[in-house]
Design a protein. Structure first.
Length: 524
């Protein structure tokens, strides 16, 4: 359920209360209407939670009293785009009801200013329902002591026995979808722990299997001939349409197989209702189908421009498999690229022009294996994580028309020791904004916008498959100014970092019996 749906329900409650609803339920609905309005910039929601022209007393640092009317107070929340987060987080912490009067305390955290406020609300039962008739605010520094600044992240397992989970999207604070690479796509409830498989999914999804490399001599390094290799396949990224309330589309990237069990990355979308997917259509097929085992890509994100960005891997584990013009540098080959599409799969007219031979929808090239895409909440830039070979793991910022260099440029080493690609003259490359001096295998990244870790605001969180890394990357603009490795004593292969609608931090582990982990701050 989105905030728009919540707001609409609360507005209906303010117009006419449901008969039979308890006083406490009505009071909580009024307070929630106030909270949603202040958190997401809905002045009408704020104003309608008050009795008209209510006076309120606001916090001042000096020993003075500052009063404003409820209409003036509500107008402050009309200065920003409705529905955008207002960098404050509120929760009802206490409620006392005496006949037709109620007193409530709402805790308000504003991490960017380092403050914690207490909104003290007086409510009165009136013919039109319960309304706020007085408001006072006090504040104190957040945190109070140096120790409270210290984040103490602790892991709490929420779900377990998942089949190598790959990605997750929230439908509400309680409901989410989880894609299992080795399983299915589940509709889960984090309160009841219920799990319901999605119906209507495509049937061409690739499944794990063993491949005899002798059968496909051109696709594997000679050192592997005669060996069997595990197949890396399944469901990958889940993504909701940015206007999911009105356009209920679920986007899925996954490994598709043909009749000969060769595989390629496919991106589809379908309409989601409950646990049923319908009207499924293919948006991208990054062929050709091959029996190579690795590096499908499959990262997806919607940009601030409303366009869909997709990464595709080059599909080569060893550089030996590249033709003279490497796959990732071949404009006519969809592998090893970044695509930019309209939500319906059509090609935006303002895409970069790579020439008549370029595959439609091309936005960037020179990608080895990129799984993570994340939208910077302040700048709107799209950040991308990329797997190197021996080291060479990178963070990049997407640029239209950018060439990210692979395999001509890398900060790591090739797996094929004698590989020496013939680089054409005149190429220009986009340099990474960060590289690691050890192998991280970065996967699905996210920018932190929650409230439990105030010091992490705006930081980039990057999980890794190698040694179970979880990195907190501190940024100034597009410059990395610091990094911290978290949970060094609890290493688990991590596939994704996800934030709930209210900013709660979750992790997905890449295990045969995978887990969904909630990260909480014991010093919060």
């Amino acid at each position: 359920m989105t905030r728009h749906i919540i707001l609409g329900a609360l507005m209906l409650l303010s117009i006419g209360r449901t008969y039979g609803q308890s006083d406490e339920a009505q009071i909580r609905a009024t307070i929630q209407q106030f909270i949603v309005g202040t958190e997401y910039n809905y002045p009408d929601s704020v104003a309608s939670s008050f009795y008209p022209d209510t006076r309120m007393f606001l916090y001042t640092p000096a020993d003075t009293v500052w009063t404003v009317s409820s209409d003036t107070y509500a107008s402050w929340y009309g200065r920003r785009e409705p529905g955008t987060r207002n960098a404050r987080y509120s929760s009802l912490v206490s409620l006392d009801i005496v006949n037709t009067v109620a007193y409530a305390k709402v805790q308000v955290d504003i991490p960017s200013f380092g403050n914690r406020y207490s909104d003290l609300l007086l409510l009165k039962k009136l013919p039109e329902g319960w309304k706020i008739v007085a408001k006072a605010t006090s504040a104190e520094p957040l945190p109070k002591t140096p120790q409270e600044w210290d984040s103490r992240p602790v892991q709490e397992t929420v779900l377990w026995d998942l089949k190598k989970p790959w990605s997750m999207v929230f439908l509400s604070e309680e409901e989410a979808l989880i894609a299992e690479k080795d399983g299915t796509i589940l509709l889960v409830n984090l309160t009841t722990n219920s799990r319901t498989p999605l119906e209507g999914l495509p049937t061409d999804v690739g499944r794990a299997k063993e491949i005899d490399t002798l059968k496909y001599p051109g696709e594997f390094h000679p050192n592997l001939h005669g060996m069997t290799q595990s197949f890396n396949a399944g469901w990958f990224q889940l993504l909701l349409h940015p206007d999911f309330e009105n356009e209920p589309y679920l986007y899925i990237s996954y490994v598709a197989e043909d009749e000969e069990r060769a595989s390629a990355l496919k991106v589809i979308r379908g309409k989601l209702e409950g646990n049923q997917l319908s009207d499924v259509e293919t948006l991208l097929l990054a062929g050709p189908f091959t029996h190579g085992l690795f590096h499908y890509g499959g990262g997806m994100v919607f940009g601030r421009d409303g366009k869909l960005y997709i990464t595709t891997g080059e599909r080569n584990f060893y550089e030996y498999n590249n033709p003279p013009l490497p796959t990732a540098q071949n404009l006519a080959d969809p592998r090893g690229k970044v695509f930019r599409l309209n939500p319906d799969g059509s090609i935006p007219k303002d895409n970069p022009d790579f020439g008549p031979e370029a595959v439609p929808g091309l936005y960037g090239l020179g990608i080895r294996a990129a799984q993570g895409l994340a939208l910077h909440p302040a700048t709107g830039d799209i950040w991308m994580s990329e797997h190197g070979t021996h080291q060479g793991d990178e963070l990049n910022v997407l640029q239209g028309g950018g060439n990210y260099g692979w395999p001509y440029r890398t900060t790591g080493r090739y797996r094929t020791d004698d590989y020496d690609p013939q680089e054409p003259e005149g190429l220009e490359y986009v340099d990474p904004v960060h590289v690691w001096n050890q192998t991280v295998a970065p996967t699905g990244l996210a920018f932190y916008t929650g409230r439990e870790f105030p010091q992490w605001q705006g930081d980039l969180l990057v999980p890794g498959l190698s040694q179970g890394n979880l990195w907190r990357i501190r940024l100034e603009g597009s410059t990395v100014v610091g990094q911290e490795e978290l949970f060094v004593d609890q290493r688990t292969r991590l596939r994704k970092v996800i934030l709930s609608p209210r900013g709660v931090l979750y992790l997905l582990t890449d295990e045969e019996e995978g887990r969904l982990i909630r990260v909480v701050n014991k010093n919060f």
